[in-house]
Design a protein around this ligand. Sequence first.
Ligand code: F0G
Length: 365
Amino acid sequence: AHQWRGVVAEYADRLPEHVRERVVTLGEGGTPLVAAPVLSERTGADVYVKVEGMNPTGSFKDRGMTTAISAAAGRGAKAVVCASTGNTSASAAAYATRAGMTCAVLVPDGKIAMGKLSQAIAHGARLLQVDGNFDDCLVAARKLAEVYPVELVNSVNPDRIEGQKTAAFEVVDALGDAPDIHALPVGNAGNITAYWKGYREYAGRLPEAPGGTLPAVATRTPAMWGFQAAGAAPIVLGHPVDQPETIATAIRIGNPASWAQAEAARDDSGGVIEAVSDDEILAAHRVLSAEVGVFVEPASAAGVAGLLRRAAQGHVPAGARVVVTVTGHGLKDPSGPCAPPTAARSCRSGWAPTSCPSRPRSASS
Ligand code: F0G
């Protein structure tokens, strides 16, 4: 019987040699691409969700962390650092533990989901809760990595992008070719950068990439549709946002590190980057949980929110094949939109039980 071996082993011929010297893996990748008839019916398209919450620490970050930590281990690194809205810190903490490294994480104080914080602590990370937002944390993490012998494992580390591009490979492997449209949430913009790289490589459009001269697997590339939360939509607005705000804490980011790469992905692919409101995110979250059967964290619903809105505006061609990445597991943030009344009342993220569109009104009294 075949057991999935993690993205480095599965896609070894398309990854740089230096990530393969000392592979640190928790079996990440190989996540389900689930047909979503409910979304297909609503959009008139053929919609699939790529369920990245099925990764070992519950988010897509594990794909890039296996490569970043493997590369760091290969270079003999003893410690890593990252800034995070939660998922990167959970993933870095787990993979660093696996590699026998020290891990320091900088997170915005009080603004990350409890599940993610628990993971970082359980995996033994040194936790630095910063009085500021993610962007402040990233500035500080970059400085730490300059001054101390620690490696930065945010997505500005190119090894992260190499690992994350494997999600695009998996989509093509599952569907037989690239979809017409790929939708996903955008925060620090590493993931849209990685998908676009993966799709181009698999279509033989980046011959200089590792494995770029292998036979093309896809005949085409999709239009990349990225969605930011309206209160944290710097790429849409065209300028950084000083005080980003959204219930989707994972993408509460005002100055994305991979801004230029995200714009390139949008423009080269004939795609869009748009903003979705918190209400649209919550409505999409409800569709995913209560109709599709997939429980995600709030930020992960942004791609579905964007797809539904663009479909309503007539921008989704009939029968188009659409893949939407849902980036993180719902259990990361269970105090959020669907918590039972008592938990919701004490929820620090401020969702009142009655304001939650994911639960019927009658159940909230
Ligand atoms: N969805 C989730 C669940 C995330 O955790 C993130 C980013 C994104 C989407 C956006 O991806 O940054 O590559 O554009 N989380 C980072 C973190 C910032 O620290 O965990 P992106």
